[in-house]
Design a binder for this molecule. Sequence first.
Ligand SMILES: C[S@@+](CC[C@H](N)C(=O)[O-])C[C@H]1O[C@@H](n2cnc3c(N)ncnc32)[C@H](O)[C@@H]1O
Length: 450
Amino acid sequence: MARSKKPRPPIDVELGQFCFTGQVEGHTETRRVLAWGGLPGEHVLVRERKRKRGTSIGVVEEIFRPSPDRVPPLEDHYICSSPWQVLNPERENEIKHDLVRDWFSQEHGIELPDFEVVGDVRVGYRNKLEFGFANTDEGVSLSFFERGGPGRRMPLESCCLGQNEINEAAQKIVKRCRAAGYESRSLKSLMLRSNQAGEVLAGLYVRDELPPPFTSLDDLEPLVGFRMYLSNPKSPASVVDRVIQDLGLAEIDEYLHGHRFSMTDRSFFQVNIPMFETALSAIRPHVLPDRPVYDLYAGVGTIGINLGVAGTHFVEIEPECTRQLELNCQRNGLEAPQIITSPAEKAIPEFCRDATLIVDPPRVGLHPKVVKALAESGPDRVIYLSCNPDTQARDLSILMPGYTLTDFQAFNFFPRTPHLETLSILDRKACTASAIEVSHGNSSDLNPQD
Ligand SMILES: C[S@@+](CC[C@H](N)C(=O)[O-])C[C@H]1O[C@@H](n2cnc3c(N)ncnc32)[C@H](O)[C@@H]1O
């Protein structure tokens, strides 16, 4: 019989500063320690969850000397979803600001112009949550993965980052799953999405052919649409093999600055709507007037459609998104959109030189082929919105020889977590002066390079 490994004793460590990745760093005589749930200046015990080349990554288990910035967490499972719940919310934007400024400078040699991190530090902002499942004495329960652990699941009832309606719908669905006698091994995930009107769509991904947990949406408000999907048991991802059940609405609407967008439980949509509207307002003045617009990594078209420029070129990889994008263009009266369903790296448009290009890639950042194409023949202005400043800084450092970073802004899309959204405005060097002139309203001026 295999002997179980004796757990290592917790690590006694004085914590230094926050790392860019959200943990706080400390050092013992022999190891570097990255602690989730710790704050700078604290003396703590850290329970190691992972070891990587001289670094122990773990979770704070006991605090001998707390930071004056420490506040009680709102949830027991806060480390799984929002490890900065223990940080005084008043300090969050300032700390994110310094981390971003220093990371760009120290890791990528980019000195950012003055900027602030804007946004209320609050909970209840997410319009999307994805839960896993765990077994408990009461039956099946929602769960999140324990952070940094070996895939262990932590049972929970709700997540305070989500809108109330999502949590309410999730609890009602779980209650029905319990009543149906489901076990967690047959269930993969529950994906929920809501709008600001409080309607909720849910997708339940199951590994086994199960009878649906309900046959009507009666008494399940605020749930307005429910899909049960059979999902490949060998894949950890929530992929759809077959729709087992389809109840109620397939789509709900969301409004961004008065534009109507439809979304399904599976298409991409920004998770913090008020903050996204703030970012859209920040993007608008940087769009070169009366010039073509390209929107790469377009999702369901929220940015391009809000800008409302006829003939906008959209490129998006997911057919589910481009189907919605087409509908969204029609509903909002966008004229002559050019929509391409493809990976951006395989459908790089031939940019008109005087165009505005908007890129809003996923966390991995721009594909190297896209960066290369932009460096060689990108348009006059690139507006780069990013949910991962690290990959944005990497891409900018390659683009910067040919471009000038003329503006930088940061938005706290993801309060109580280490994440944030950043916006970089880049102008091609040879034409920086003319491009800025154009964007300030002198639209009849032609680019001197024409
Ligand atoms: C951060 S989202 C932005 C979506 C949109 N701009 C918005 O704000 O709603 C990134 C989008 O890029 C898409 N995507 C991911 N990889 C891609 C690729 N290689 N080429 C094109 N689109 C991609 C995703 O499906 C997703 O819709």
